[in-house]
Design a protein around this ligand. Structure first.
Ligand code: PDD
Length: 277
C-alpha cells in the first residue's frame, strides 16, 4: 500500500517517526476520517474544511492549500487503485522536536494519510445497536478533532465491555454526542440534537443529515435533549463517517420505544444511501 507522507507518496512500511514526535508525546495534533465508497471520497469538502478549522484552532500552519490537499488525497486513491468501500485516516501533528510543551520554532508539521478497505456495516445499520450512557468528561473544545482521545477511548471500551456499540455522553444531564459519533432523538416527528457548540464535534454526516431533512420537511431542532427524554423518545440514532446512520435500539439495556429501528431513521438512511452513491 502507498501512503501520503508530508507531500510525497511512499510505501506504508517506510514511514518512521522519532521518539520526540509531538503527536506521540503530547497528542499535539488533529486528525480526520473520511469515508470512501467505491473508490470515491464522500463529503470530502466538509472534511477538508473541518481539518483546516482544527489546525487553525490549535495554531498549526499547513504548508498546503485545501485544493493541493484534495489533489494529493485523490492521487492517493489512484496510486492504490482504490475501487472499493473504505476509509482514509489522516493526521497532522505539530512536528518532531526536542520535548518541550512550548511550540517548537521552524518545525514543519508532520502529515500522513493512508487508506484501507472497510465494508459498510449493513447488519448494525439494519438492526440497530445498543449503547450505554457515560459522563462526558472531555475538555471544552470538542469541536477540534484532536488526537487526545483518551476519554473517548475509555467510554467506548466501557460500552464494549457491556456488549454495546457506543457510549452516549452527557454533561449535566444533557446529551452531547457519542464517543465517536453524533446522536439524535426523534419525538413527534421532530429531530433533536445538540447544537454545534464547542462541546461536540461538528460531524460531516450531521451536516449531510441537515440537508436530507429539508427534503422531507422534518424539523431539525438543535437543542440538547436530556437523559430522561430518551425514555419517552420515539427513535434514537447516531451518525458518523464509519457508522453512517445507525439506529439505537437499547440504552443501558432498556429498549428505546419498541426497541426497533424507527421510520424517520430509516427514511434518513435511504436519503444517505442515495447521496453517497
Ligand atoms: N469519528 N463525534 C465524535 C466525537 C467523533 O469522533 C466523530 C467521528 C463524529 C462524527 O463525525 P463525522 O460525521 O464527521 O464522521 C462525532 C471518526 C469516524 C473516528 O474518530 O473514527
Amino acid at each position: 500500500p502507498v501512503i501520503l507522507s508530508q507531500t510525497k507518496f511512499t510505501h506504508r512500511d517506510s514511514l518512521r517517526f522519532p521518539l520526540e514526535e509531538r503527536a506521540l508525546q503530547f497528542g499535539d495534533g488533529i486528525y480526520e476520517v473520511i469515508r470512501i465508497y467505491k473508490g470515491t471520497y464522500y463529503l470530502l469538502d466538509e472534511h477538508i474544511d473541518r481539518l483546516f478549522r482544527s489546525t487553525e484552532a490549535i495554531k498549526i500552519k499547513l504548508m498546503v492549500t485545501k485544493d493541493e490537499l484534495k489533489h494529493m488525497l485523490q492521487e492517493l486513491l489512484n496510486r492504490n487503485q482504490m475501487t472499493e468501500d473504505g476509509k482514509l485516516y489522516m493526521q497532522v501533528s505539530r512536528g518532531s522536536a526536542p520535548r518541550d510543551h512550548v511550540f517548537p520554532k521552524d518545525v514543519d508539521p508532520n502529515i500522513y494519510a493512508y487508506i484501507q478497505s472497510q465494508p459498510r456495516n449493513l447488519e448494525t445499520m439494519k438492526n440497530g445497536v445498543g449503547v450505554i450512557t457515560h459522563r462526558d468528561i472531555r475538555w471544552e473544545n470538542c469541536y477540534i478533532k484532536s488526537l487526545n482521545l483518551l476519554p473517548n477511548v475509555m467510554a467506548k471500551q466501557e460500552a464494549k465491555e457491556h456488549g454495546c456499540y457506543e457510549a452516549i455522553l452527557h454533561r449535566n444531564g444533557h446529551v452531547t454526542e457519542c464517543s465517536s459519533s453524533n446522536v439524535y432523538l426523534v419525538k413527534n416527528g421532530k429531530i433533536f440534537t445538540h447544537p454545534t457548540t464547542n462541546n461536540i464535534l461538528h460531524g460531516c454526516v450531521r451536516m449531510a443529515i441537515e440537508q436530507f431533512v429539508l427534503e422531507f420537511d422534518i424539523p431539525f431542532i438543535e437543542e440538547a435533549f436530556t437523559l430522561d427524554d430518551i425514555w419517552s423518545a420515539d427513535e434514537l440514532f447516531l451518525s458518523s463517517s464509519t457508522s453512517e446512520i445507525t439506529p439505537i435500539v437499547t440504552v443501558d439495556g432498556h429498549p428505546v420505544n419498541t426497541g426497533k429501528p424507527g421510520p424517520i431513521t430509516k427514511q434518513l438512511q435511504t436519503a444517505y444511501e442515495k447521496d453517497a452513491n
